[in-house]
Design a binder for this molecule. Structure first.
Ligand SMILES: NC(=O)c1ccc[n+]([C@@H]2O[C@H](COP(=O)([O-])OP(=O)(O)OC[C@H]3O[C@@H](n4cnc5c(N)ncnc54)[C@H](O)[C@@H]3O)[C@@H](O)[C@H]2O)c1
Length: 255
């Protein structure tokens, strides 16, 4: 599948799923703006993906900050002369039950995962409209459908992303802006490694996680990137306001 010339902004593009998405989109002929708060990892990913033709742009920014985010989206559109799609992928996981979570933890979780996606979407809409339409893809999670003990704030943030997806799809459909979500299952990334490292017996936990996936393996960033590519492409031109679960069958296993 090719999306030659389309301009796509990907958040959290320095590592993990976002890096996989950015790489796949570049392969498919897109011009890609990489947004991330981790300047060092962003520089390395930019150096890896940039072919010297200006088709890849690095945007260091913290999505929690409205002005930094507005500036980054505007710089991407100005650099490439248009914006065709935004992928809200950046996210963190703050664990804890209602009793355990601090106010700061709750606020931080929602600020990065939800407010950041809101800012990017808000500032992308005028550019997408000016381009004659476009796509927003929100990376939610299976946590939007299934509940996982001790992941209250994370689960709320991912449920919120589905609300953001549906209502924005309704509000901006007439501008030919399509808004969809992807719900990944367990994907091999630094975020997953960090979660595993916090488990009492990471090896046993991984075995258990594999057992939950009918396809017998956890996902790769590339598995998610293929779905993003499809939703951005014109092949998905009549798909909006919906959610694509990409989880190796995790949800049907009841986990
Ligand atoms: N890994 C999984 O198993 C999994 C499963 C379902 C959903 N997800 C979701 O996929 C997305 C990516 O997850 P991942 O596993 O690749 O995570 P990751 O931690 O490996 O990478 C996340 C990237 O986002 C960036 N980021 C974090 N906060 C930011 C901020 N305030 N501003 C700008 N950039 C910021 C980080 O620097 C990092 O490069 C997240 O939204 C996550 O919730 C992950």
């Amino acid at each position: 599948m090719r999306i030659d010339g389309k301009v796509v902004l990907v958040t959290g593009a320095a590592k993990g799923i976002g890096a996989g998405i950015a790489g796949r989109l570049v392969e498919a002929g897109a011009r890609v703006a990489l947004l991330d708060v981790d300047r060092e990892a962003l520089g390395a990913k930019h150096a890896e993906l940039a072919g010297g033709d200006g088709a890849v742009l690095a945007l260091p920014a913290d999505l929690v900050d409205e002005e930094q985010t507005r500036a980054a989206v505007d710089v991407a559109a100005a650099h490439f002369g248009r914006l065709d799609a935004a992928v809200n992928n950046a996210g963190i996981a703050v664990y804890g039950t209602a009793e355990e979570l601090t106010t700061e933890g709750w606020e931080r979780q929602l600020a990065v995962n939800l407010r950041g996606a809101f800012f990017v979407s808000k500032f992308a809409v005028p550019h997408l409209r000016a381009a004659g339409g476009g796509a927003i893809v929100n990376i939610a999670s299976v946590h939007a459908f299934a509940s996982y003990a001790g992941a209250l704030a994370y689960d709320v943030s991912k449920n919120g992303m589905l609300g953001l997806t549906r209502t924005m799809a309704l509000d901006h459909g007439r501008d030919r802006i399509r808004v969809n979500a992807i719900c990944p299952g367990y994907i091999q990334t630094p975020l997953l490694d960090k979660w595993l490292a916090g488990e009492a017996d990471p090896e046993a936990t991984m075995k258990e996680v594999l057992r939950w996936h009918p396809l017998g393996r956890i996902g790769t960033p590339r598995d998610i990137a293929e779905a993003v590519l499809f939703l951005i492409s014109d092949a998905a031109s009549w798909i909006t306001g919906t959610t694509l679960v990409v989880d190796g069958g995790l949800l049907i296993s009841g986990k």
